[in-house]
Design a protein around this ligand. Structure first.
Ligand code: SF4
Ligand code: SF4
Length: 383
């Protein structure tokens, strides 16, 4: 985001303004990505026009439960978040980092991957996911080591936030202080207002956001529009599917590493890693080097990995987390505890994806509440 604006510039437009938005972003050279209903889920993919938005669809979510349902209106953003997150574009599941070719009598030629040809414009970024992008920025851009591939993909990305009016059954952003209203980190923020006339309040959060807003044919926003938009997020905040007491989680987990709840949850956990793959902040990766049989060329690929994989914690002689109990504990205590020590923020933004997409319905809010209820208890079989 460039040139933050201090006084938000606002406008109001009808649903047809969304097509002007997609055209404006594409015309400015962005690769426009947004939500589509495809294959029974809401996915994020290239948007050719606003007609592809999932008009009239919503998601029903609970632990290990997800389905699309028709709404009784034509809301374009009337669902919470699906299995995809913006991570798949900024930190793709598999990416080639470089390839090398042997040259006779000379050093091998190493060709690094080119950066993307166009910056991204993400349309429909929820507040929880704005926070998730900020968390990954902190890890991959703002620490000692900068991830070059992430930096190239993140460079110049234009973020169109959508203030959430439809929280899901597994959402708990209000507990984590990450939503449902986008407060910063966006270029434009939309609030979809369905009462009376179907319209969008559009607010610019950056100079270039204001430039795009000026092209959308929006009318000046009235106080009534601003109040109606405020009601959308106020109502959403009261309809969160889940809640968790989050203020002291770091300390709670630090003193409960031998809590019996870890043994109980390990009896259900399949260590499949789904929760880490759908999580918008999880960033663990491994690299695979692939050589051709002739021995004259090689490629290095990076792929998502997971703390639930036994190989991921393999150190000479074996894994340091050989049991599912150890791996679940690592995930939970890192996400909500030691992440704070490392990066100064929680690793969880309350999006609920890990609850929805856990095949056995393990619910992080339930686990944290159970640990709090048994604070200080020790599983003597493992201590
Ligand atoms: S908590 Fe659920 S999603 Fe995560 S590894 Fe265990 S079974 Fe898989
Ligand atoms: S831990 Fe779960 S709820 Fe938290 S950000 Fe990751 S997927 Fe979302």
């Amino acid at each position: 985001m460039t040139g933050t604006v201090t006084t938000p510039m606002r406008g109001v437009m009808g649903p047809e303004g969304l097509d002007a938005l997609v055209r404006s972003l594409a015309g400015r050279g962005y690769r426009v990505v947004g939500p589509l209903a495809r294959g029974g889920v809401i996915v994020y993919d290239d948007l050719a026009s606003a007609d592809e938005l999932p008009a009239g669809w919503t998601e029903v979510q609970d632990a290990a439960t997800y389905r699309l349902e028709r709404r009784d209106d034509e809301a374009r953003f009337g669902y919470p978040v699906g299995p995809h997150s913006w991570k798949q574009f900024l930190l793709p599941a598999r990416v080639r980092l470089w390839q090398a070719r042997r040259r006779d009598g000379d050093a091998p030629e190493i060709v690094e991957e080119s950066p993307p040809d166009r910056p991204f414009a993400f349309v429909g970024v929820r507040s929880c996911d704005l926070h998730a992008i900020a968390v990954q920025d902190r890890v991959l851009l703002e620490g000692t080591y900068v991830d070059r591939d992430y930096a190239a993909r993140r460079e110049g990305a234009f973020l169109v936030a959508v203030n959430c009016g439809t929280p899901g059954g597994t959402c708990f952003c209000t507990s984590m202080g990450t939503g449902p209203r986008a407060e910063s980190g966006y270029d434009l923020a939309l609030t979809e207002i369905l009462e009376q006339e179907h319209r969008f309040l559009v607010e610019a959060g950056s100079k270039r956001g204001a430039e795009v807003l000026a092209e959308l044919g929006a009318h000046p926003a009235t106080e009534e529009d601003v109040e109606a938009a405020r009601r959308v997020t106020d109502d959403a905040a009261h309809r969160m599917g889940r809640q968790v007491e989050a203020g002291d989680l770091r300390d709670l987990l630090a003193r409960n590493v031998e809590n019996p709840r870890f043994t109980a949850v390990a009896e259900r956990c399949l260590t499949c890693g789904n929760c880490t793959l759908v999580c918008p902040t999880c960033f663990c990766t491994s690299v695979d080097d692939v050589n051709v049989l002739a021995g004259d060329a090689a490629k290095r690929w990076r792929r998502w990995d997971s703390c639930y994989s036994v190989d991921y914690s393999y150190i000479h002689g074996g894994s340091v987390r050989p049991s599912s109990r150890a791996r679940y504990r690592q995930w939970l205590t890192h996400k909500f505890g030691t992440w704070v020590d490392q990066f100064g923020t929680s690793g969880c933004v309350g999006c609920g994806r890990c609850i929805t997409w856990c095949p056995v319905g393990i619910d992080v809010t339930e686990e944290l509440t159970a640990i709090r209820a048994t604070d200080g208890e020790v599983d003597s079989a493992h201590a």
